[in-house]
Design a protein around this ligand. Sequence first.
Ligand SMILES: C[S@@+](CC[C@H](N)C(=O)[O-])C[C@H]1O[C@@H](n2cnc3c(N)ncnc32)[C@H](O)[C@@H]1O
Length: 184
Amino acid sequence: MTGIYLHTTLRGKFRVWERELDRLGLRGDEQLLDMGCGRGAVLIAAAQHLPSGRAVGIDLWTVDQSGNSPQATLANAAKAGVADRVEVRTGDLSSLPFADQSFDVVTAAAAIHNLRSPGLRLRAVDEAMRVLRPGGQLLIADPWPFNRRYASHLGQGTVHRLGPSYWYGVPLLAVTSLHVTKAN
Ligand SMILES: C[S@@+](CC[C@H](N)C(=O)[O-])C[C@H]1O[C@@H](n2cnc3c(N)ncnc32)[C@H](O)[C@@H]1O
C-alpha cells in the first residue's frame, strides 16, 4: 500500500495529469485556475502547456499536503522555468476571489474532496463553474464517489477512471476524472 501511495504521489499523478492536460486540446494562451494547487504538481504542468497563457493556483495551505506554501509552489515553478506565467493566491475553494467567467480552464486535483462537508464541496464545484467562461473546461480529479456526486449535482459531465497510477494506496481510493464543458 505504501509503495503504491508513494508511486502515485511522486510519479503517477504527474504522468496522469500530463495525459489529461494533453487531452484538453489547449491552444496555449488560456487562463487556467488550479483549485487546491498545493506545491504545484498540476499548476506547473498546466503552465508548461500554456506558453502564452497564465496558470493561477489557489490554496489555503492546510495540512492536507505537507510542506505546502505559496513560497514552496513559486520555488517549484521557478525550478520548472514557468515562474513568469504562474501566480499563487491564498483563498478558500468554496468562495473563490475571482470574477464570474474569468478562466478558460479550471482544474482541481485531489483537493475538493478535502473540504469539510458535502455542502462545502458542492459549493466549491459551483464556484468552479461560476468562474469558468462559456465553452470552458472543468477537470476535477477526485475519488469516484465524490466525482459522481459532483456530476449529479451539475447534471452534466463525464467521469472516467484514471488508472492504478493514481491510486492513493488502495483501489478504493482510486482517483477518477470529472470532465465538464460549460455551455455557451
Ligand atoms: C491533497 S492536496 C493536493 C495538492 C495538489 N492539487 C496536488 O495534486 O498535488 C489538497 C490541497 O487542497 C488544499 N485545500 C484543502 N481545503 C482547501 C480549501 N477549503 N480551500 C483551499 N484549498 C484547500 C490543501 O491545502 C492542499 O494543498
